[in-house]
Design a protein around this ligand. Structure first.
Ligand SMILES: [Zn+2]
Length: 386
């Protein structure tokens, strides 16, 4: 399954229609919840929707599958609540949803149509709502399963999920990757991938917006505006970061068939304040996650490596050197005198360790197989001798 996210470009009237649909869905959800009280099954509650429509004629203005999805949402919330309970978490009951806690509604299986126009905007047709301008900046592959309409920071989006399966191909090279301090990452081929420059600009924008927010009076209209501005910048940063990580992981998979990466203990690194911003920015965990996930469909191997001593060991002679200060950018081996950039040395160590681990895993798999084979044989022999 692939999920695409596209922005909707609405005029006032269209936006009002979506607001109304969202509001009716919220009320429907709350009605169903109040009726539920643990007494009914999913199907019984589904039938209750028909009764509700008699009392609340505005529900007839909403596509029936969209309303059914509220029943779906209710029961899926219930099941996640009971899962939490089983895990020993203290949980209360499901709550009624207030306006600020209800941001989406979903067309499942039917009631929608995408139309490519080759004009400035394409069109999304939603049953009972009409045509809505949408920007399809990517080709939508596969059959559309559902479309979720979402309002986020005063903007509207459509999340389109299809049944397509992503096919990727991996490259031929083998690399080790060090999550750097100065650079975002550094690989064993000597390439540095830096954090995009615009991140700094966003961070100073954020700082200004946060300062301005803190000066506003509580409850005032200008404070509300300032808060929206801060949220918007946060969103901009998150989107830019996500985009960067997506592109970088795709490039790495495309070029390599084996990638050794450092398994980072984010918590440890966050405790060093000098690093906190860089590491948070770098969101190494996300890159690692995307690499593993994309590698799977491409046939590339991503090997996690314990990063202990990777900065201290000499990648040429293997001698363990003294710990480097964060400010020391050069690694100089006390034994073989090899002088090399600190991150490059780490990346080479990570690659070597990754390859060692991968071959050990391979060997232990074969060993297990051989053992299994041997024990089966001895079983067979003992059976025969009986
Ligand atoms: Zn050395």
């Amino acid at each position: 399954m692939i999920t695409y996210k596209f922005r909707l470009y609405l005029k006032k009237a269209e936006e009002e229609k979506l607001e109304i649909a969202k509001e009716v869905c919220r009320q429907t959800y709350n009605h169903l919840l109040s009726e539920l009280n643990g007494r009914y099954t999913k199907n019984e509650i589904q039938n209750y929707l028909l009764d509700l429509k008699v009392c609340y004629p505005e529900m007839n203005e909403i596509h029936s599958k969209v309303l059914q999805m509220e029943n779906q949402r209710l029961f899926s919330n219930l099941s996640s609540l009971s899962k939490l309970k089983k895990k020993g978490h203290k949980v209360g009951r499901l709550r009624f949803k207030g306006k600020n806690w209800f941001k989406t509604f979903t067309y499942n299986q039917s009631g929608f149509k995408l139309i490519k126009t080759n004009k400035r905007y394409d069109l999304l047709h939603l049953s009972k709502i009409g045509y809505i301008p949408i920007k399809l900046h990517r080709e939508v592959e596969g059959n559309i399963k559902n479309i979720t309409i979402k309002k986020s920071n005063e903007k509207w989006y459509a999340s389109i999920t299809t049944d397509a399966i992503i096919k990727r191909e991996c490259g031929t090279k083998e690399i080790g990757i060090d999550a750097g301090i100065m650079n975002y990452i550094y690989d064993s081929e000597g390439n540095a991938y830096e954090n995009p420059k615009h991140f700094d600009k966003y961070h100073s924008e954020l700082k200004t917006a946060q300062q301005s927010l803190s000066r506003k009076n509580k409850g005032s209209n200008s404070r509300k505006k300032a808060r929206i501005k801060v949220a918007k910048i946060h969103e901009k940063i998150a989107n830019a970061r996500d985009d960067f990580i997506h592109k970088l992981s795709a490039k790495l998979i495309k070029e390599n068939k084996f990638i050794a990466i450092e398994k980072l203990n984010i918590k440890n690194l966050m405790s060093i304040s000098y690093n906190a911003k860089n590491i948070a920015d770098a969101s190494w965990g996300k890159l690692s996650c995307y690499l593993h996930y994309k590698a799977e469909s491409a046939g590339c191997v991503v090997q996690d490596v314990d990063p202990a001593y990777t900065t201290m060991d000499c990648s040429f002679c293997g001698t363990r050197n003294n710990k480097l200060e964060i400010s020391q950018r050069k690694f100089v081996c006390k034994k073989c005198n090899k002088e090399i950039s600190r991150d490059y040395n780490s990346a080479l160590n990570i690659l070597a360790r990754g390859k060692e681990l991968a071959s050990m895993e391979k060997a232990s798999n074969t060993e297990q197989f051989v053992q299994q084979d041997a024990s089966m044989k001895s079983e067979a022999i003992s059976l025969n001798s009986k």
